[in-house]
Structure formats: C-alpha cells, structure tokens
Ligand binder design. Sequence first.
Ligand SMILES: Cc1ncc(C[n+]2csc(CCOP(=O)(O)OP(=O)(O)O)c2C)c(N)n1
Length: 329
Amino acid sequence: MANTEPTREQLLALYERMLLIRRMEERLRADAAAGNLPGAVHLYIGQEAIATGVCAQLRSNDLITSTHRGHGHFLAKGGDPKAMMAEIWAKRTGICKGMGGSMHVADFSKGILGANGIVGGGFAIATGAALAAKLLHDTRVSVTFFGDGASNQGVFMECLNVSSLWKLPLVLVCEHNQFSEFTPAAQCTSGEIVDRARAFKIPTTVIDGNDIVAVWQAAAQAVEHARSGAGPAFIEARTYRIQGHLEAEALFLQGGQYREQAEIDEWRKRDPLDRAQQRLLASGVKAADLQSIDARIGRTVEDAVKFAQDSEPADPELPFDLMFVGQRA
Ligand SMILES: Cc1ncc(C[n+]2csc(CCOP(=O)(O)OP(=O)(O)O)c2C)c(N)n1
C-alpha cells in the first residue's frame, strides 16, 4: 500500500484518541501525586501516537498485547475509559473487577489480551494468538507492543523465529522510549533492535514514533502484510518517555539522577499532540474546534473519575472464587 495521507476527518479522529489518552494520563498523574490511587502507575505521556496510529489500522476483532505501560493501548483499541479508571482505582466496576489494577487492564471482547507486569510477557501471548488465527483460518491480526528493554528478553527471539518460520499474522511494535526503568538503552541494549528482526528475514521499518501520520502509515503496511498471510512485520517507533518510569520514581531514586532535564525539555518540543495539532490547524481546522474536542474529552475523563470514585471497592473474597471453585464461606 502506498503511503496514503489520512483525511482531515481521520486525522481529527486520531488526534481525539491521542488526547483522550493524554488527558486520562494527566488525571492519573495528579491522582497518583495526591496519593489517591491504590497502586503504581506507569504513564504513557509522550507515546500516544504509537498506540493510536497502530490501533487505528486494526479491526475490532484483531488482538493486541500490551505492557506495564498499558493505558494507552487499552484506550486506543477501544477500551472503556470508565472501566479502566475504576480498575486502576481497584473498584469492583473495573474492567477486571478491580483484581488487576493499572498493569492488568484487559478486555477480551475488544481484542485487548492484557497489559502485563512481566516485561516481555506479551510476546508469546500475541504469537500464540497469531498461531490460533492461522490455524482457525480467520483473518485476525495480532499486535504486540513492547519496550526497548523488553527486546532483551530471550522470548523475543523465540517469537521472531517461530512467527517468521510459520508466517504468522503478527505485528511487533517496539516503542523505543530510550529507557528500561532507570537505565538508558545505551547501557543495556547492544546494537540496533531492528536488526534482531531483520536477522529472521522479517520486514522492518524504523519510524518517528511521535509523528502520528508516520505511525499510521507504517501500521497500515505492517497490518496489511500480516493479514495477507505473508508473515510477521516489525515496526520500531522511536520516542521518549517523558514521565518517570513510574509515578513514585523519586522514592526509588532517592536523589539520584539518570537523565538530564534538558533532554526531557528537548523531547517535549516533539510532543506528538502538538505536532498533530499543527497539522490540523494547517489543514484548516479551527482552534475553536480543537478546544471543543478538549472540553468533550475533559468531561469523559471527569465522568470516568466520578464513576471510579463512586464505585464499591473490589470484593476481597473474589480472588478465592476466581482461583478455587466453591471456596467462599
Ligand atoms: C521479567 C521482568 N523483569 C524485570 C521487571 C522489572 N521491570 C519493570 S519495567 C522494566 C523496564 C522495561 O523497559 P521497557 O521494556 O523499555 O519498557 P518501558 O518501561 O520503557 O515502557 C523492568 C526491568 C519486570 N517487571 N519483569
């Protein structure tokens, strides 16, 4: 497929989805800082274009696996903001009944096979789902999102190998945000990650992950390739983790530093939302229209938070029902 440009309506829809992710995350950042959340949150701020651009090329029954930084993937694939927020607040109305929290948002009905606290945990799940689709002769594509740190897990090689060998409908999306926890990629990742996929003869592309159009175009090609039966495709999206590894990062670092503020400031200038906004304004969209989108999203976020706050806490007995049939007293 040639590199088609998104129409103005498509770009607006992409922008709106990115903004939903951003505003949800900003609210989570504030609630984490205020001590309102029961667990840790790993925020996706600055990486919104990747989940959004890729998922916009998927069908509703296509499948994704995500990471510990999974809110953006969940929302981009059509997950419900209220159910996600309630899950993060550990409420029984949460998408997993408040049993999983931030790192385990999943909704099989939307093809969201789960965020995952195990780094690299999504590779084999997505590869297995792609194998299932192939054996069932259906047309579903499976996408696995993962970080540069996860690409150092051995299972990555196993999944590159079998997906290429068996021509599985798998798209591997590496979100190279340049850090694995508090370690810069240069100190823990040798060579280029994309070369690992090339070694297995998988078609690859390296893109600017902060450019929604570049992601959307690369995803169109990769998904089409996988769906056609030609085997897996690999995208390395270059980006930057703007927030800390997790919101309680300062407690871990105890005054230590692993990156310069100037570097963060430099990457803020490449913010994917600002860049999409500039494109939209240049295409004739009015600033007032963008403001009304923002206001609408603001209401969605507030509704989600209120829903979470007003919901009952998770049922402490439920794990027994889920693990041991008939054990509840
Ligand atoms: C198997 C495993 N090893 C280590 C960890 C601890 N850990 C959590 S996140 C993380 C870094 C992951 O980096 P990356 O894959 O690049 O994702 P990012 O956080 O940058 O999105 C590590 C090492 C873990 N959760 N699971």
